[in-house]
Ligand binder design. Structure first.
Ligand code: UGA
Length: 443
């Protein structure tokens, strides 16, 4: 099939590349000339394992092209995916200006029948708005070209994006006509050969809703466990055991019940807020969803609070080593990362920070911690701990899992570890002479 993907951000680039890998002819469009030029040179704007190789391979065999011109890439195209950003508006709702601008351009430029797919995470009702916008432009041109609008939300995780896309658990298609659903089924059928994945077809609004509900459910599991971890600490229980105890019930399951320093990223915080906002627009106060967000906001400061409890409110003269800045491992993404909030809190109390992250240091320096004083960025995890009063582990990167504990103890001024991801065995830490603070268990 001939496919155009509009928006070469995370979702757009991964989807376009994976469709190309299956032999489709894909053009990825972006308004950012610099980004498109770099992609043509094989320079990938994001860090995602496996993506660079796949982009290069498909670019070389002409299944993947990049362009800044939507107008030149719609004629003869079977499917156009809208994968532009939906940033959070001031009121927490998803801002649709980019999506609707693309719909307008599609209406202005399409010359042959087309399936338009909303791939961006968009609120319920967006497909109708996209349809109306395209129709308006076609009417202005006085032409009648057949088109259909489909919702096909994306469920990939950063860091696992390629395997999530190539071997999906499920693909959700919201289509209002059988004919269109069938074309979408054909497009996705190669992705289903290897596993037990399911292609689930439903109406457009239900598909739009499914995306928000999936993320809100996962965020709810995390906030629930974070709240439980705080109770565990108070009553003298160990959340690590409680987690295993409940996860063994197959109705609950083990996944996404790891307590930690709070969830971050571009999806959960934004989508939970947007769902809450949508409910409000319809006159409903979604209390549980609102609490998922407020519990998470508080959780992001739990580690900072433990530091203050141990070292006092005034942290001047103290230095803390930070292991991990990104919101989760295997990504350079720092959006809504707990590290931002923890570091700013500690610095505001006079502390100095020595930070290390395998991938996200550039993001931190250039954007998320730009202008924050008293941070030194280090070249390795061991450099960060030299003469620090304590180490704070904030992202569960694999390289932090089994560090050289002797070295850790030798380099820290005092052998104190605050673990925001419960990576170590507390008995072992105590035996090695560490003061070890984790989430959901008293030291
Ligand atoms: C999330 C969803 O998992 C994807 O299915 C979805 O497609 C994506 O959002 C999206 O909407 O685009 P992502 O934000 O990449 O993916 O990251 P996750 O792996 O889900 O992690 C989110 C946050 O939850 C991280 O900060 C992680 O540390 C935290 N987390 C996760 C926990 O604190 N505990 C857990 O048990 C699991």
């Amino acid at each position: 099939m001939k496919i155009t993907v509009i928006g070469t951000g995370y979702v757009g680039l991964v989807s376009g590349t994976c469709f190309a890998e299956m032999g489709n002819k894909v053009t990825c469009i972006d308004v950012d000339t610099n980004k498109i030029q770099k992609l043509e040179e094989g320079i990938i704007p994001i860090y995602e394992p496996g993506l660079e190789v796949m982009v290069k391979r498909n670019y070389e065999r002409n299944t993947l092209k990049f362009s800044t011109k939507l107008s030149e890439n719609l004629g003869g195209c079977d499917i156009a995916f809208i994968a532009v950003g939906t940033p959070m508006g001031d009121d927490g709702s998803a801002d649709l200006k980019y999506v609707l601008q693309v719909a307008k351009e599609i209406g202005q430029n399409m010359t042959t029948p087309l399936i338009v797919v909303d791939k961006s995470t968009v609120p319920v009702g967006t497909a109708d708005k996209v349809r109306a916008q395209i129709k308006e432009e076609l009417d202005k041109r006085g032409v009648d070209i057949h088109f259909d609008v489909v919702s096909n939300p994306e469920f990939l995780k950063e860091g696992d994006a390629i395997s999530d896309f190539m071997k999906p658990d499920r693909v959700v298609i919201g289509a209002d006509s059988d004919e269109t659903a069938e074309i979408m089924r054909t497009l996705y059928s190669p992705f289903f050969r290897s596993g037990s994945a399911r292609l689930i077809v439903m109406d457009v609004r239900s598909a739009e809703m499914t995306k928000y509900v999936a993320n809100a459910m996962l965020a709810t599991k995390i906030s629930f466990m974070n709240e439980i971890s705080n109770i565990c600490e108070l009553v003298g229980a160990d959340v690590n055991d409680v987690r295993i105890g409940i996860g063994s019930d197959s109705r609950i399951g083990y996944s996404f019940i790891y307590p930690g320093a709070g969830y971050g990223g571009s999806c959960f915080p934004k989508d939970v807020k947007a769902l809450h906002r949508t409910a409000k627009e319809y006159g409903f106060d979604a209390e549980l969803i609102g609490s998922v967000e407020s519990v998470n906001d508080k959780q992001k400061l739990v580690i900072a609070k433990k530091v203050v409890k141990r070292f006092g409110e005034d942290l001047s003269g103290k230095t803390f080593a930070i292991w991990g800045l990104s919101f989760k491992p295997d990504t350079d993404d720092m959006r809504e990362a707990p590290a931002i909030y923890i570091i700013k809190d500690l610095v505001s109390r006079g502390a100095k920070i020595k930070a290390y992250d395998p991938k996200a240091m550039h993001e931190a320096q250039e954007c998320y911690l730009k202008g924050v004083q008293n941070i030194t960025y280090c070249n390795s995890k061991y450099e960060a701990i030299v003469d620090a009063d304590a180490m704070l582990l904030l992202t569960d990167w694999k390289e932090f899992r089994i560090p050289d504990f002797e070295e850790l103890k030798a380099q820290l001024k005092t052998p104190i570890v605050f673990d925001g991801r419960n990576q170590y065995n507390d008995k072992m830490m105590q035996e090695q002479g560490f003061e070890y603070f984790q989430i959901g268990k008293q030291p």
